[in-house]
Ligand binder design. Structure first.
Ligand code: GCO
Ligand code: MG
Length: 395
């Protein structure tokens, strides 16, 4: 079998996505997700200009060799643009392998060790009262066992991702002292509303400095968080260790890591309980399974990043990893309903606190190219944060 064409599909069904479709001379094709919120065109250009010519004529089964060719062979290793491009291709190659073997991706990864995937969803709401009502409804009506709260404005419509072309990034305010108080009060109110049995995750979204993060975490210790995500930013590697040493709250980290080497200090130092890498950011299935194996070696559970800004294709890949990896923890289930469902079919479905998926060869998703063309790319930025003195802060 030989690769005859590599297509990039850029589309904006309410939010920009970048897909890769690899066609072979056997008629089998594979699909992958290379979406990088706010920088989609840069990734598409890398694939179209540099990577597609390297793929044409190759045997699609040589997945590891292609991964190494892009990672090491370009000399300039890694980074978000390269790894996202690599991921779109890597996913599509695994999809082809599964389809040609007539097996779902999880079977290629060693087979199922569980039948369904525990998941959590985001409490969005508007006012605090609405959020509390929404959390209670998630649990009582929809059977969610774990819910997620978030520092700052929630990732609701238009706060990240796009509904229309933007001239520049939207600015959100950030006041750390108010946020420390607000975070703790909000967590306690949600705990009272949902009861003791429900897991509560709080994504602090890299917003706090190490000393502020410790203040928040210590105050939350008595309220049993399932885990606290990204209490600090990843730039200064030692900050996570500083926080870890001062609290007993379970910690999750990793959505901004771009390779297994970036994960290493947190894994080998046991600074975290859950590793939350994003399969697109780390270069696809090939790297994801190595990262999961490394984490398993150190008794750390996986909680793959699964926000609203990745497509059902990535949610499906997460699902295949989750059912086949021993050290599964939990899966983030960012909403993938809405217009994207017109473009991508397949992927996991929510069922009473878990994600389940039909048995199909490969990843199990397909792209409707005509539907994608109905929603053309729409330039947009991720928002930014500014403090009261106008200084820029992590969003
Ligand atoms: C999460 C993430 C996302 C990011 C988003 C940025 O935990 O789901 O923090 O909500 O903000 O992926 O594009
Ligand atoms: Mg997060």
């Amino acid at each position: 079998m030989k690769i005859i064409q590599v297509k990039t599909i850029l589309t904006c069904p309410n939010q920009n996505y970048l897909f890769v479709k690899i066609l072979t001379d056997s008629g089998i094709y594979g699909v992958g997700d290379a979406s990088l919120n706010g920088r989609e065109k840069a990734v598409a250009d890398l694939i179209d200009t540099y990577l597609s010519p390297l793929l044409t004529g190759r045997d699609p089964e040589q997945i590891e060799d292609f991964w190494q060719l892009v990672y090491r062979g370009s000399y300039w290793r890694g980074g978000n643009i390269i790894m996202s491009a690599l991921c779109g291709i890597d996913m599509a190659l695994w999809d082809i392998l599964g389809k040609s073997a007539g097996k779902p991706l999880y079977a290629l990864l060693g087979g199922k060790v569980r039948s369904k995937v525990l998941c959590y969803s985001h409490v969005l709401g508007g006012t605090q009262e609405e959020k509390i009502a929404q959390a209670a409804e998630y649990v009582q009506k929809h059977g969610l066992k774990v819910i997620r709260l978030r520092a700052g404005l929630p990732a609701a419509n238009g706060t990240f991702g796009v509904t229309q072309s933007q001239g520049g990034p939207k600015t959100e305010p950030w006041n750390p002292e108010q946020e420390i108080e607000g975070t703790v009060e909000y967590f306690i109110r949600i705990r009272e509303a949902v009861g003791k049995q429900v897991g509560i995750i709080y994504d602090l979204h890299e917003r706090f400095s190490p000393d502020q993060a410790v203040r928040v975490l210590r105050k939350l210790e008595g309220y049993d968080p399932f885990f606290i995500e990204d209490p600090v930013a990843p730039d200064c590697v030692g900050s996570l260790r500083y926080v870890r040493e001062k609290t007993v709250v379970p910690l999750a980290f990793g959505e901004l890591y771009k390779s297994r080497w970036e994960c290493l200090p947190a894994i080998t130092g046991r600074w975290i309980d859950f590793l939350r890498c994003d399969v697109i950011r780390v270069g696809g299935v090939t790297e994801a399974r190595k990262i999961a194996a490394l984490a398993e070696t150190y008794d750390i559970k996986m909680a793959w990043h699964g926000p609203n800004d990745v497509s059902p294709i990535t949610h499906a890949v997460n699902w295949h990893l989750n059912v086949s990896e021993y050290n599964f923890g939990i899966q983030e289930d960012g909403a993938t309903d809405g217009l994207i469902r017109q473009v991508v079919s397949g992927g996991p479905v929510y069922q009473n606190g878990y994600l389940v998926m039909e048995n199909r060869p490969g990843i199990g998703c397909d792209i409707d190219e005509e539907a994608a063309a109905r929603y053309p790319f729409c330039k947009a930025y991720i928002p930014i944060c500014r403090q009261e003195d106008d200084s820029l802060h992590n969003w």
